[in-house]
Design a protein around this ligand. Structure first.
Ligand SMILES: Cc1ncc(COP(=O)(O)O)c(C=O)c1O
Length: 380
């Protein structure tokens, strides 16, 4: 870090996990090195350092190696990949699950599988960048509808029906939005898609493991026109990698045709093993998601009692809208001074003048964290 100018060093904040520390992360800033309570990571169920995940990864690493050393269709497929795919398909009650090395790739593959040049896509304005990259890669025409706005979505669907009656249509959204903490009105969106003959792709990255029946996401139980669900293991599952779940026909199409699936080294076997261990824990502890949601409601209520606007949705992501970049960065510093780590999220990740602190709650946060946060937010 020595040769980096100090202003730049803050941007390059480096996290050094303390030995065995579950809740504390060490953060190295230009001023000091100290332990901060992590309110920023997506380790919602606190599984990333869970002994069962570590043991499962170590065991598979000892037998299969660190990396898969080949793509799935050449030499990369191992028994653990299939075990995880079957277990997820059974848990989510979907016919077909395919693993990917990352959620970014999975989203790219999902959009390209469902859309081509003749497709008309409607995508939520706040949907994740990877989905938008997929949309552009597909060559389809697209429009962005207002965030979670059913009227705006219907207006666009109506317009497409009139202007492009015979073109295939695809609607894309996240279920729990990563930067807002808002939940999409999934049932209503599905109904609109049914009415206007559009397919639906939903990214469940932040909902899986926490929201929906026993943590199975907000799409659990939804049928056509929902075509693909995308999920990642890098968040509540505490591991890495991702998957797409669909019916057998779409799954087979991705398997045969998707470049993002075929031309990449298979998900590292130890990560697949850790994800399977995480899935077993989530299945054995179906109350975890509800407990975390309860905690989030308590935090939101207390924050709104102090004058902060409550984010919509029941999820574990709390978005404290500050406004200007400068103020958001200042708040981040106040929190650091009180031993808390929350990152100021600024444009272009979010819209101008909506810079915010994104608080990601975890199951294993200490009880005093909320009081610490409230004190820090009121400080100068
Ligand atoms: C909504 C959403 N989808 C997809 C991804 C990408 O997942 P991964 O980190 O596994 O590439 C992310 C991660 O930032 C995300 O927030």
């Amino acid at each position: 870090m020595k040769n980096i100018p100090s202003a730049r060093r803050r941007e390059l904040t480096t996290w050094i996990p303390g030995p065995g520390a579950i809740q504390l992360q060490k953060v190295l800033t230009n001023r000091h090195e100290s332990a901060l309570l992590d309110l920023a990571s997506n380790d919602y169920l606190g599984l990333s350092r869970h002994p069962s995940l570590i043991e499962a990864a170590q065991e598979v690493m000892a037998s299969e190696g660190v990396g898969a050393a080949g793509s799935r269709l050449v030499t990369g497929t191992r028994p653990i990949h299939r075990q995880l795919e079957y277990a997820l398909a059974e848990w989510l009650e979907r016919e077909y699950v395919l693993l990917f090395p990352s959620g970014f790739q999975a989203n790219l593959a999902a959009v390209v599988a469902l859309a081509s040049r003749t497709t008309q896509i409607l995508i939520d304005r706040n949907a994740h960048h990877s989905l938008l990259v997929g949309v552009k890669a597909s060559g389809a025409k697209f429009q962005r509808y207002m965030h979670n706005d059913l009227n705006d979505l219907e207006k666009h669907l109506k317009g497409l029906k009139e202007r492009h009656p015979s073109n295939p249509k695809l609607v894309i959204t996240e279920s729990l939005f990563s930067m807002e903490g808002t939940c999409a009105p999934i049932k209503e969106i599905t109904e609109l898609c049914r009415r206007y003959s559009a397919q639906l792709l939903i990214d469940e990255a932040h909902a899986l493991g926490v929201l929906g029946s026993q943590g199975r996401g907000l799409c659990y139980g939804l049928e056509e026109p929902l075509a693909i669900i995308s999920g990642t293991f890098g968040k509540a599952f505490g591991s890495g990698g991702a998957f797409l779940a669909s019916n057998a026909q779409i799954g087979d199409l991705i398997l045969q045709k998707s470049g993002a699936f075929k031309y990449t080294t298979a998900l590292a076997p130890p990560l697949a093993a850790a994800s399977l261990a995480a899935l077993k824990l989530i299945k054995n502890n179906p109350q975890w998601g509800k407990e975390l949601q309860k905690k989030a409601i308590k935090w939101k209520t207390q924050l709104s009692n102090q004058g902060w606007p409550q984010p919509h949705g029941e999820g574990q992501i709390i978005s404290l809208i500050i406004g200007s970049d400068q103020e958001a960065l200042e708040k981040q510093t106040y929190l650091e001074n009180y031993g808390l780590l929350s990152i100021a999220i600024r444009p272009p990740t979010v819209a101008e003048n909506t810079s915010r602190l994104r608080l990601a709650l975890r199951r294993n946060l200490p009880n005093e964290a909320l009081a610490q946060l409230l004190t820090a937010l009121n400080s100068k």
